[in-house]
Design a protein around this ligand. Sequence first.
Ligand code: PGA
Length: 220
Amino acid sequence: MKNLLIVANWKSNIAKLEAKKWLESFSMNEFPENLEIIVLPPFTLLDIISGYIRVNDLNIKLGSQDVSPFDKGAYTGEVNAQQIKEFADYVLIGHSERRTNFSESDKIINQKIEESIKIGLKPIVCISNLDQVRSLNTNEIVIAYEPLEAIGTGYPENPDSVSAFVAQIKQIKNTKIIYGGSVSADNIINYISLPEIDGVLVGGASLDSSSFVSLVKNVV
Ligand code: PGA
């Protein structure tokens, strides 16, 4: 059985009490060893969730949804890779919502990747077209392929099209590739059964712990 990354992107949702309830209910379940379940909460919850995972010995990894493109210093409002590494192993970089709403350029995204790798954080880099793939300076990343029209719409990309697009990505970058965009309990199997796909990035369906549990259970 291949190893799969199942990544829960909470975006700008969920506060402390809800997170605690999510974890309590999620941790009542056991999942196979070949699944690496990664939760990406808002920065404010990284500390408390990493503590909860440690105390309860849960098989969940943590990541942040973003990182500063700079090292520590006079960058008001930014959270740097070193600060994130205290709590997390992964970092999501270049989500289309950041590229669009916060004008993140390919240059900034490469800086963020560089800062993360330097500190030992593993970058999961979102792309939606091949130019974005070509602009990446390194192979030491996981690529999350997220077609724009599939994000948050309930209309996931056709698995055959995902397969064809991933083949094109592989010609440019030899990295692990996961799929994101309206992944749900009902359709996850269509993506993880593609031999070239190493997991999924889940937004909306990860917010409620029981729907996320159903989604993960449908992997096996
Ligand atoms: P969605 O979000 O699952 O709600 O489509 C995915 C993402 O934006 O990472």
